[in-house]
Design a protein around this ligand. Structure first.
Ligand SMILES: Cc1cc2nc3c(=O)[nH]c(=O)nc-3n(C[C@H](O)[C@H](O)[C@H](O)COP(=O)(O)OP(=O)(O)OC[C@H]3O[C@@H](n4cnc5c(N)ncnc54)[C@H](O)[C@@H]3O)c2cc1C
Length: 508
């Protein structure tokens, strides 16, 4: 990599491939790089589209790319997402919500501490009550109110997320991307430089080739370049995240209620079931461990839980983990090619977007001429990013459930050392911003604001400890009470003015 990259070749036309083309293309235009972008996608190999949830960063990127939300939701039939409802995780019969808005965005402690959360725990209030999104999601409301002149005005300052069908989003992004050459072909090999090992060209199964300077592998679980050609080593999370199979299916909406604005994650006998609404239907599925349940048993359990038969759309076997080095020579893996964890906290598309932001900010400016030291720095940061996702998801399994062999196994044998260390530290002090190192140049990551609702919902926060911390800071406690009460009032008013979710979607 000792000359600027002039031809970027992306293999794979799913959400990861098209996000890469759009985001890197935009940076190249902004920096006036002379960069051609090609996408190779195979009409013989379908993309993944099971009903997916994004995080707020996805909306921020669409805004940055100039994609209008109304157009996006109209064309992809997506919906609004405020967070995740966790049913039966702590124990059967207990539900908690994880709203994604951060109340500390409005007001920070002097040391950057999450003092409103600490106050709530000390006061015995659920931390989710500090969130506007908690009210909106409980009442199926949109994030907008309609003014008398018909304009839609946001009811709050927070970024929400979307529920989508990735196959539809891939098609939408394809229609939005500018100046990208699309090649319909199936890659079955590469031509490599004999001395450096760099990829010089792709080889197609029809005998064709395509030369390039830099190659992004977005081929999903196939990992056509990073796995098959660059022989990337694999870091498995199977020991701590044993859920390894997915059975997706569709359900019709309940005509008697509005469209839900949360992902439902319903803990079951050997994993959990998801429900993600798009405008036309619910994308659903059961992600489970096949060490505890056969495919037939999984289907039977779903049908028992729902009280009716289902039509499974697929039986997806998942390798849970990540490639050890996503960037090898002039090949970079992105999306499912870079790794996959069970979709409990919607980390997949989020991770892809943040990796693209890192790449655009740190490697394309002022020139797009990365070197090997830069590639290794990227690998360390992205490795850490995905390991942090692993630890966060792993903490969800530190529950009280012992009712099935799966839950007894995860409780006793699957909690990773890092998760145990974090939980031990939070018996000593309440979670705070300084517990989380900024490894991603300030781009959004799993930090205290996401942990709090989960730890609270699982009963893993110590009220006595929170009281002690607040008692040591009486002025801060007073301020926290005033702010929390004021926020409650403001959020109630905001919710009272918000349009229903379906009404908003129908108005687009
Ligand atoms: C059960 C399940 C649930 C999920 N839920 C969520 C969620 O809630 N939130 C979330 O963020 N993410 C979720 N994900 C992950 C999410 O679906 C992916 O991050 C997203 O769809 C991006 O996928 P991708 O573009 O990497 O791969 P894919 O969608 O698989 O696309 C791969 C592309 O590569 C092409 N291709 C493959 N091989 C070749 C080849 N040899 N030659 C040429 N082209 C090739 C294909 O044609 C296709 O265009 C979930 C995934 C699964 C399996």
């Amino acid at each position: 990599m000792n000359a600027p990259i002039r031809h970027l070749v992306i293999v794979g036309g799913g959400t990861a491939g098209w996000l890469a083309a759009m985001m890197l293309g935009r940076t190249a235009r902004d920096c006036e790089h002379d960069l051609a972008i090609s996408i190779v996608e195979s009409s013989k190999i379908p993309t993944i589209g099971v009903g997916e949830g994004t995080t707020a960063v996805f909306k921020a990127v669409l805004d940055h790319l100039g994609v209008a939300e109304a157009e996006f939701l109209r064309q992809t039939r997506g919906t609004i997402k405020y967070g995740i409802r966790h049913r039966d995780w702590r124990r059967e019969g207990v539900t908690y919500d994880g709203p994604i808005d951060d109340p500390h965005m409005l007001v920070k402690g002097a040391d950057g501490s999450d003092f409103l959360n600490v106050f709530s725990v000390a006061a015995g209030r659920p931390v989710s009550r500090l969130h506007l999104f908690d009210i909106l999601m409980k009442r199926d409301l949109s994030p907008y109110r309609r003014e008398d002149d018909g304009r839609m005005v946001p009811v709050g300052p927070f970024q929400y997320a979307f529920h989508i069908d990735n196959a539809a989003v891939g098609r939408f992004l394809r229609g939005q991307a500018q100046g990208v050459r699309v090649v319909d072909a199936t890659v079955d090999g590469v031509v490599r430089n004999a001395e450096t090992g760099y990829i010089e060209a792709l080889r197609f199964d029809d005998g064709g080739t395509l030369a390039g300077d830099f190659f992004i592998d977005c081929t999903g679980f196939r990992r056509q370049l990073i796995g098959k050609e660059m022989n990337g080593a694999w870091v498995s999370y199977a020991d701590e995240l044993p859920v390894n199979r997915a059975m997706p299916f569709w359900l019709e909406h309940d005509p008697g209620r509005d469209i839900q604005t949360y992902t439902l994650a319903w803990a079951r006998d050997a994993g959990w079931m998801w429900q993600i609404p798009t405008q036309d239907r619910l994308g659903c599925g059961y992600v489970y461990s096949d060490a505890f349940l056969s495919v037939d048993e999984a289907r039977a359990e779903i049908e028992r839980a729902l009280g009716h038969a289902i039509e499974p759309r697929a039986d997806i076997k998942m390798s849970v983990g990540r490639v050890a080095r996503p960037w090898v020579k002039n090949c970079l893996a992105l999306g499912l090619s870079a790794g996959f964890l069970e979709p409990l906290e919607a980390t997949s598309i989020h991770g892809t977007v943040v990796q693209l932001l890192l790449l655009a900010e740190n490697y394309m400016k002022p020139r797009f001429m990365p070197d090997e030291a830069g590639a290794e720095a990227y690998n360390r940061r992205v490795g850490r990013q995905i390991d942090d996702f692993r630890t966060f998801i792993n903490v969800h399994y530190a529950t009280e459930r012992t009712d099935t062999p799966f839950w007894r196994h995860v409780r006793t044998s699957c909690i990773h050392a890092e998760a145990r260390e974090r939980l031990a530290a939070w018996r000593d002090h309440m979670p705070r911003a300084s517990d989380f190192e900024d490894i991603l140049s300030g781009f959004p990551h799993v930090e205290a604001q996401l942990y709090y609702p989960v730890l609270d919902g699982l009963g893993l926060l110590d009220r006595g400890l929170a009281k002690k911390e607040m008692a040591a800071l009486p002025a801060l406690r007073k301020r926290a009470r005033e702010i929390a009460d004021a926020m409650g009032g403001e959020f109630g008013k905001a919710a009272a003015s918000a349009l229903g979710h379906r009404a908003y979607l129908s108005s687009l």
